[in-house]
Design a binder for this molecule. Structure first.
Ligand code: PGA
Length: 262
């Protein structure tokens, strides 16, 4: 079985200096692990602000290969007159491997649509060889009106429509992040997570085929994952890991989540 994936989404919380401190602290903890334990560690990805990517890469040099760097978003085009946007080509040049795509905060505050998310996935996977972390999930009112599967189905299908026929042999990560769970301390029940995980697998299999889905797609949970509840989401056989916001800002909480994910 492949390793679990634990992703820290620092959002816009850490300054450059904070990011360096957090990355140095994590690298120190990982380096101190006794030999043998290290090989059980999950694949860890830190997603700092664009401005802190370089210092984080420097801070984790000693644990390279075990801790990776991702970005929280970027534009679909590689180059051109797109003031204020970040380029996937430039991020790739920096050594970034993962990109979060379609986070609900971007959908909510910046008007990111399913169509824009689809263009980004197409660009990152087909042209730029970056690994997308596609965020999907329903809002509270969508859950209450029992349309969450319809919402998630729509988000996934429009995001992957461009890669459906090509089926590039590259990893593809989906994070189920119910919007009502993000930053609220509310999490979905384990039974619910199992059910939605199966549903997402079924959607992916219907679009990309069973063999492809099993080999290349990984499904994470996100939304108020903490040191206390991480067992439910990362170590009990369901899912492939977690996308962690608030708890990734706390060194010991994040380390607990990492150690749970075996
Ligand atoms: P949270 O955020 O862990 O603070 O709920 C998760 C996310 O938004 O990715």
């Amino acid at each position: 079985m492949s390793k679990k994936l634990i992703i820290a989404n620092w959002k816009m919380n850490f300054s450059v200096a904070d990011s360096r401190r957090a990355a140095v602290a994590l690298a120190a903890r990982i380096k101190k692990l006794p030999k043998g334990v290290e090989k059980d560690l999950p694949h860890v990805v830190l997603c700092p602000s664009f401005s802190a990517i370089r210092v984080v890469q420097e801070a984790i040099l000693s644990v390279r290969g075990r801790v990776h760097v991702g970005a929280q978003d970027c534009f679909w085009n590689g180059k051109g007159a797109f003031t204020g946007e970040e380029s996937p080509v430039f991020l790739k040049e920096l050594g970034v491997e993962y990109i979060i795509v379609g986070h609900s905060e971007r959908r909510m505050y910046l008007g990111e649509t399913d169509e824009m998310v689809g263009r980004k996935i197409q660009s990152f996977v087909l042209e730029k060889s970056l690994i997308p972390i596609l965020c999907v999930g329903e809002k509270k009112e969508e859950r209450a009106s029992l349309i969450r599967k319809r919402v998630i189905n729509r988000q996934i299908i429009s995001a992957i429509s461009a890669i459906r026929d090509v089926k590039p042999k590259r990893p593809f990560v989906i994070a189920y992040e119910p919007v009502w769970a993000i930053g609220t301390g509310n999490v979905c029940t384990v039974a619910d997570w199992v059910a939605i995980n199966l549903f997402i697998q079924a959607v992916l299999k219907s679009q990309l085929g069973t063999a492809y889905t099993k080999k290349w797609c990984r499904i994470l949970y996100g939304g108020s994952v903490s040191g206390k509840n991480s067992k439910d989401f990362v170590s009990r056989g369901v899912g492939d890991g977690a996308l962690v916001g608030g708890a990734s800002l706390n060194a010991s909480d994040f380390y607990t989540i990492i150690r749970c994910a075996v």
